[in-house]
Design a protein around this ligand. Structure first.
Ligand code: NAD
Length: 248
């Protein structure tokens, strides 16, 4: 069940955290995975080596998702070289947290460029080969914060909520080509992004999570594999919450 043998997949921001777990999980299921990085080339190479050591197929691919031309070229190159492009997991994201009164326009621009425009640019480039093949899977990694809001994360919440609108619109546009488009909204997941949070914020998040634990990147990766599988072929425009019950 949930095999991806023969499929070519790209995971943006795949060199660490949730992205890394997704790369490893898709590769374990048989996909050939392109591990995207913007700056962490050494980390991306290390992910590929770990995947190959476990018997999987992976290649690093460097581009900044905020550069739509570079994104377009990279996806076109993969699609040309492999003759297919089946799965896009748009995972690259940044958060710059600040209360509204101190929130800078410039920080909003930075988050919009990566979290929203980067996701749209990746999907736009991926959709062409998927349409030709009449098969495709796109998964956007949004956030529980896009659904429930969070004090101090006005800009981040805005970009992650916007992704849900993107998911549903693209799902409607390409359903007739058997391309499914879904979003995952992770709750509090243990990664570099959350490592710097003050102890009291972590404690609060834990208390508010009915399942009583912090999520792992593997929790998000398992949900991603399902949405990318053949078995999820009748699921599109869906927002899959992987949040331990934090928001219901
Ligand atoms: P992370 O910071 O460890 O990983 C983010 C990845 O995106 C990094 O590899 C980073 O290099 C990459 N990236 C950033 N800007 C990029 C760019 N311009 N081009 C290409 N890659 C770029 O964080 P994470 O927790 O693994 O987050 C992964 C995704 O999950 C993000 O979209 C994040 O918003 C989302 N998310 C995380 C949590 C959480 O609790 N950790 C919760 C909800 C959603």
């Amino acid at each position: 069940m949930f095999r991806l043998d023969g499929r070519v997949a790209l995971v943006t921001g795949g060199s660490r955290g949730i992205g890394r777990a997704i790369c490893e999980t898709l590769a374990k299921a048989g996909a050939e995975v392109y591990v995207n990085y913007a700056k962490g080339e050494a980390a991306a190479r290390e992910v590929c080596e770990a995947i190959r050591a476990a018997g999987g197929k992976a290649e690093p691919i460097g581009f900044d998702v905020a550069d739509s031309k570079a994104t377009d070229e990279a996806i076109a190159r993969i699609s040309k070289e492999k003759g297919r492009f089946d799965v896009l997991v748009s995972n690259a994201g940044i958060s710059i947290d600040q209360l509204l009164l101190r929130f800078k326009d410039d920080d909003l621009d930075k988050m919009l460029a990566v979290n929203l425009k980067g996701a749209i640019a990746s999907a736009r480039a991926a959709i062409r080969p998927m349409m030709r093949a009449r098969w495709g899977r796109i998964v956007f990694i949004s956030s529980v914060v896009g659904e429930m809001g969070n004090a101090g994360q006005v800009g981040y919440a805005a970009t992650k909520a916007a992704l849900l609108g993107v998911t549903k619109s693209v799902a409607k546009e390409y359903a007739s080509r058997s391309v499914t488009v879904n979003a995952i909204t992770p709750g509090f997941i243990e990664t570099d992004m959350t490592a710097s949070l003050p102890a009291e914020v972590r404690e609060q998040m834990l208390k508010a999570t009915p399942l009583g634990r912090i999520g792992s990147p593997a929790d998000v990766a398992a949900a991603t594999l399902y949405l990318c599988s053949e078995e999820a072929g009748f699921v599109t425009g869906h927002v899959l919450r992987v949040n331990g019950g934090l928001y219901l």
